[in-house]
Design a protein around this ligand. Structure first.
Ligand code: AMP
Length: 280
């Protein structure tokens, strides 16, 4: 059965009566696409109840970013989520709260993201990850999930949420899920809606750069050779960054030591797109 809760009170009433059930939780900002659904599906596979939240979190948007323009499509989202109802025959909860449910008057519990927030996305969006870890902590506090599901598309975010959970919510298991792509290879994103078909093709340059680096690593290139390749690829001025990190703790690499994640951000008009490739 699908339930839609738009206030904490409705959710708390349900939770009180269902304390014994295991809860898998996938937080989203809505404008649901197949990648979001894949997180909810995994939650339903591994738990008795699957919960998906839909909340466009103001504190993770910087000044001049697309908070107002961000697509809000709740009724379409509900229809997409409904397609999973018969497949799993389990309770699905859509939690689409008001701002006052997340940030009640006088809210003070703002968190600071770990130091690995400082570069890459954090460099482009200095307050973004503080807002992300704050809202996820707040959602964990309200929903009380056993397991939570996040996409590897937002790899730096995933690492920061793992660190936040380890410190503040060690009882919640954080799971990183594979990147879901469009047929042409573009990573799915609600922000792809801002792109024309030609721009979607153009955006594939990001994935091609990431794959070029991973191919050289697989072939045994040294860190200096990889750094040189990255410098060459960066002559494409649409690349906001292209870098590689340890896939374990996101530390910078002085040598090629797997597992590695290669991450990039690509500018198409005013839209910034993310993608990454793991070399395991
Ligand atoms: P968002 O609604 O963009 O905040 O994303 C909600 C969740 O879906 C986050 O955990 C994202 O990492 C995840 N997600 C978004 N796009 C993808 C994708 N293409 N593949 C895998 N996970 C994704």
């Amino acid at each position: 059965m699908i339930k839609l809760f738009k206030t904490n009170e409705e959710y708390f009433n349900w939770h009180e009566k269902n304390q014994q059930k295991t809860i898998g939780f996938a937080p989203t900002m809505g404008n649901i696409h197949n990648a979001h659904l894949s997180l909810l599906e995994q939650a339903l596979i591994e738990n008795e109840v699957g919960i998906i939240s839909i909340y466009v979190n103001p504190t993770q948007f910087g000044e001049g970013e697309d908070f107002d323009a961000y697509p809000r499509t709740l009724s379409d989202d509900i229809e997409k989520i409904k397609t999973l109802e018969s497949k799993y025959n389990k309770d699905i909860i859509i939690y689409a709260p008001r701002e006052t449910d997340i940030y009640p008057q006088g809210f003070t519990n703002y968190l600071k993201a770990h130091q690995i927030a400082a570069d890459l996305e954090g460099d482009l969006r200095p307050t973004h990850f503080d807002g992300v870890v704050t809202v996820v902590a707040r959602l964990f506090e309200i929903i009380k999930p056993h397991k939570s599901y996040f996409g590897k598309k937002d790899y730096q975010q995933l690492k920061l949420i793992e660190l936040m959970a380890r410190e503040h919510y060690p009882q919640v298991e954080v799971k990183g899920m594979p990147i879901i792509r469009e047929p042409n290879g573009l990573a799915m994103s609600s922000r792809n809606n801002y792109l024309s078909p030609a721009q979607k093709d153009e955006a594939l340059a990001l994935r091609n750069s990431l794959l070029a680096v991973s191919k050289e690593i697989e072939k045994g290139a040294s860190i200096n050779e990889i750094k040189e390749l990255i410098q060459n690829l960066k002559t494409d001025k649409k690349l906001n960054y292209l870098d590689l990190k340890s896939a374990i703790d996101f530390s910078p690499l002085n040598e090629i030591k797997k597992p590695i994640v290669i991450l990039g951000n690509y500018q198409i008009g005013s839209t910034r797109l993310l993608d990454n490739v793991e070399v395991l």
